[in-house]
Design a protein around this ligand. Structure first.
Ligand SMILES: Cc1cc2nc3c(=O)[nH]c(=O)nc-3n(C[C@H](O)[C@H](O)[C@H](O)COP(=O)(O)OP(=O)(O)OC[C@H]3O[C@@H](n4cnc5c(N)ncnc54)[C@H](O)[C@@H]3O)c2cc1C
Length: 363
């Protein structure tokens, strides 16, 4: 049985582990964190712990190409795999099936009108909603600056922490081994060196997010992945925005309002690039305020909300090349990079796992 070692147990490593664990492979996942991805932290050590889990597939502006194919594959995968994981593990995975409503602030909607036709040919639905429909459906929205909205009924939102935990439990049930509190230090074509000894491996997969840079430097072929910080908040409203209904994710100017319950919501996230000196920490209060101002502008009730939690995490962004990086390491056909997923790692993890599986198993 071929042995596969995976460095990193965020959403990417966990999805790869689950998919590979369905086959006749001996899968070991190693993560330097003391435990699987944690909810409720204010500083998230992994990107996955900070993510909002918004899955922007059909609503992506990309008309065609590999990135779009990966996005749409992600939507299809979660549609069938979330119930599969819940049945297998007994864990609940909050999964919003109401779609995504993206508010528009420009009067020229020609790009979207064109995309509606393209998506239709591709077998997906996008709708343009005029203001009267929006006002009728979501009377709590302030539409003063809003010209219309694009509605994507097939896009989704998933809780990334619950999802990752379920993937880990399901992979364990299939026989995969997880070693937390263990960091990977390097690898050869036959073994992976960790802080707890060597692991004999036929394949080594680097899905260590930001940690991939140091790991690939240790393998003498560095990939440059830089951090892009994101701040977000969980709030509780005094009154439900709508009673007895589940809302879609509502986005405006890249700010997402993610419903968790009738009164609880996530809002985020900032996109903060590092300077020459690196990341600015603690995070920029002004950028966070700008996100809140935008959210309040389209949903005024947020101004009265109680803060439950604020947090930040960093997205792994490949420097000078598109995200993500899924390829074999030059000169090492059994070492695979599956990293640098930047802003869409939850959405792109399933297609990443499929590509890794195909590289190893040929199917
Ligand atoms: C605020 C915010 C909001 C986001 N919202 C969304 C969203 O709505 N939708 C979406 O699709 N994506 C979103 N993202 C992006 C998404 O979170 C990332 O693209 C994704 O989580 C990357 O997953 P990963 O598994 O590659 O990395 P990570 O989740 O960072 O996991 C990497 C793991 O590798 C481990 N590791 C590192 N080095 C080593 C080593 N040497 N040895 C052992 N272990 C190691 C780390 O401990 C970590 O657990 C968001 C990100 C942020 C920060």
């Amino acid at each position: 049985m071929a042995k596969v070692t995976i460095a990193g147990c965020g959403i990417v490593g966990a999805t790869i582990a689950y998919e590979l664990s369905k086959s006749d492979l001996d899968v070991t996942v190693v993560d330097q964190q003391p435990a699987p991805v944690e909810p409720d932290l204010s500083v998230c050590p992994s990107a996955t712990g900070a993510a909002l889990g918004v899955l922007m597939g059909a609503i992506s502006k990309k008309e065609k190409g590999n990135n779009l194919r990966m996005r749409l594959a992600g939507i299809q995968y979660y549609e069938r795999t979330v119930p599969e994981l819940e049945a297998l593990t007994g864990l609940a995975i909050p999964f919003n099936r109401q779609g995504i409503v993206m508010l528009q602030f420009e009067s020229d909607l020609s790009v979207w009108e064109r995309l509606v036709g393209i998506r239709e040919q591709q077998g997906w639905t996008l709708e343009i909603w005029q203001r009267d429909r929006l006002q009728q459906q979501f009377p709590f929205l302030n539409l003063d600056q809003v010209s219309a909205a694009v509605y994507s009924p097939h896009d989704r939102q998933v809780n990334p922490v619950a999802l990752t935990r379920a993937l880990i439990k399901a992979a364990k049930l299939n026989g995969a081994t997880f070693k937390f509190n263990t960091s990977v230090r390097g690898a050869t074509d036959q073994s992976v060196q960790t802080s707890n000894g060597d692991i004999a491996s036929d394949y080594f997969i680097v899905s260590a997010g930001l940690g991939s840079t140091a790991l690939t430097a240790a393998l003498a072929t560095p990939v440059d992945i830089r951090p892009v910080l994101g701040q977000a908040i969980e709030i509780r409203l005094k009154e439900p925005l709508c009673a007895n209904c589940t809302l879609p994710v509502i986005s405006g100017n890249d700010v997402h309002l993610v419903p968790l319950s009738e009164t609880e919501y996530w809002i985020g996230a900032t996109v903060e690039f590092p300077t020459e000196a690196g990341l600015s920490l603690p995070p920029d209060g002004a950028m966070f305020e700008a996100v809140m101002d935008q959210a309040i502008a389209f949903c005024p009730a947020i101004a009265q909300a109680e803060t439950i939690r604020t947090w930040y995490g960093v997205r792994p962004r490949p420097q000078g090349r598109p995200a993500p990086i899924i390829e074999t390491l030059p000169g090492h056909p059994h070492i695979l990079l599956a990293t640098g997923h930047y802003r869409n790692g939850v959405l792109l993890a399933p297609a990443t796992a499929a590509k890794v599986r195909e590289t190893i198993l040929g199917s």
